[in-house]
Design a protein around this ligand. Structure first.
Ligand code: DSN
Length: 415
């Protein structure tokens, strides 16, 4: 960063400090990861300088011959990796991508369905403060109070009662596998579009560590910076089933992204996405994705041994949701203590949480970033021990902080 240091030492200093924080602590927010330096080189390139409104072969600006090739490469890599027939790589991030999905298949006022935010869903799946509930009639489904699993019978019942135009499936705090087949049957039975928002699990799907929704859904939306390990960005994909239902769907998606919702795409981000998609096709990525899940399972088992209550009793994917009510500590307090010890997790509502969303009863943690640093099951056991130590004895924070600093030296950030 020699040039940045020279021009703007204030910003350079902050980046240096953040680098040091990342190197010396454990990133365990399940929606985060460490992107590769190759991804970041593409992201920080001169490609940020151009406007490229439109799509390859049909642009509204000049000077874009290399951008057309680049965007085509990115689209083809997404299609090949996820086995879909169409990919739009321009959405700026997950929420704009989901807005474009709504715009592709719904009119304002249409009924849509999604998993409620406090049950582990996402804001854009119809939560009341979000555009998705303001512009559409949002019907929310939940998880079963006893098992914490998606209540598929409830989804079916609500779908039959409300005839939604679109059903969103996806989550930010759901530790289990989705039954795509059942969801596909439910959507088909009411002639609704079904969109899988795989933002959290895209890397697991790409690496074969979670079943792919593609055979059962019409649309797939995802961010690119979570388990997929790319830059911040998003994709909207149309499946063969989607084109069968509506041959115009790819065109509708493209028109919704541009000119429907966005202007110029961020081609530097698209270059970074292309690089991460290439990385995700390498055999090493399959190993990575499977290790993410193995690590989460090992961490979950060890936390349970320490008496932590895990929502749904464990995990099948990259994340763990802990109900802290038996530990006499709230989510925010646990988040702060762990951050001071060098463990970054986040406070999170648990299903049917009696506490308000800003002071929830749970914490959410995951293994994507730890696994990118090469950690395995043995390290997960050690980390579970530290989490337990800090939560059961807040006085141990300083000691644990020093131990984690030392431990992190053995696991450098990805090169
Ligand atoms: N903000 C993301 C998460 O943390 O899960 C969801 O978009």
């Amino acid at each position: 960063m020699a040039k940045l240091k020279n021009k703007d030492s204030q910003i350079a200093k902050l980046i240096d400090l953040e680098l040091e924080r990342q190197k010396t602590s454990l990133e365990m927010i399940p929606s985060e990861n460490h992107s590769s330096p190759a991804v970041r080189e593409a992201l920080g390139s001169i490609l940020t300088d151009k406007y490229a409104e439109g799509y390859p072969g049909k642009r509204y600006y000049a000077g874009l011959k290399y951008y057309d090739i680049l965007e085509d490469i990115c689209r083809e890599r997404a299609k090949k990796l996820f086995k879909v027939v169409h990919a739009n790589v321009q959405p700026y991030s997950g929420s704009p991508a989901n807005a474009a999905v709504y715009m592709s298949v719904c009119e304002p006022g249409d009924t849509i369905m999604g998993l409620a935010l406090p049950m582990g869903g996402h804001l854009t799946h119809g939560w009341k403060v979000n555009f998705s509930a303001k512009f559409f009639k949002a019907v929310q489904y939940g998880v079963d109070e006893k098992t914490s699993l998606i209540n598929y019978d409830e989804v079916e019942k609500l779908a039959k009662e409300n005839n939604p135009k679109l059903i969103f499936v996806g989550a930010t705090a759901y530790p289990r596998i989705f039954d795509w087949k059942r969801l596909g049957e439910i959507a088909d039975s009411v002639n609704a579009y079904l969109c899988a928002d795989v933002a959290h699990i895209a890397g697991l799907v790409a690496g074969g560590a979670h079943p792919s929704p593609v055979p059962h859904v019409h649309l797939v939306s995802t961010t690119t910076h979570k388990t997929l390990r790319g830059p911040r960005g998003a994709l909207i994909m149309v499946t063969e089933k989607g084109v069968k239902k509506d041959p115009e769907l790819p065109k509708k998606v493209d028109k919704s992204v541009f000119p429907g919702l966005q202007g110029g795409p961020h081609e530097n981000a698209i270059a970074g996405i292309a690089v991460c998609l290439k990385e995700a096709t390498a055999p090493a990525f399959k190993k990575y994705a499977n290790q993410v899940v193995k690590n989460a399972k090992a961490l979950a088992e060890e936390l349970k041994r320490y008496g932590f209550n895990l929502v749904s009793g464990g995990t099948d994917n990259h994340l763990i949701l802990v109900d802290l009510r038996n530990k006499n500590i709230g989510g925010p307090e646990a988040q702060d203590l762990l951050e001071n010890a060098g463990i970054t997790i986040n406070k999170n509502s648990i299903p049917y949480d009696p506490a308000p969303p800003f002071k929830p009863s749970g914490i959410r943690m995951g293994t994507p970033a730890l696994t990118s640093r090469g950690m395995k099951e043995t390290e997960m056991k050690k980390i579970a021990g530290w989490i337990n130590e800090v939560i059961s004895n807040p006085k141990s924070v300083k000691k644990v902080r020093e131990e984690i600093k030392k431990f992190c030296k053995k696991f450098p950030l990805p090169k």
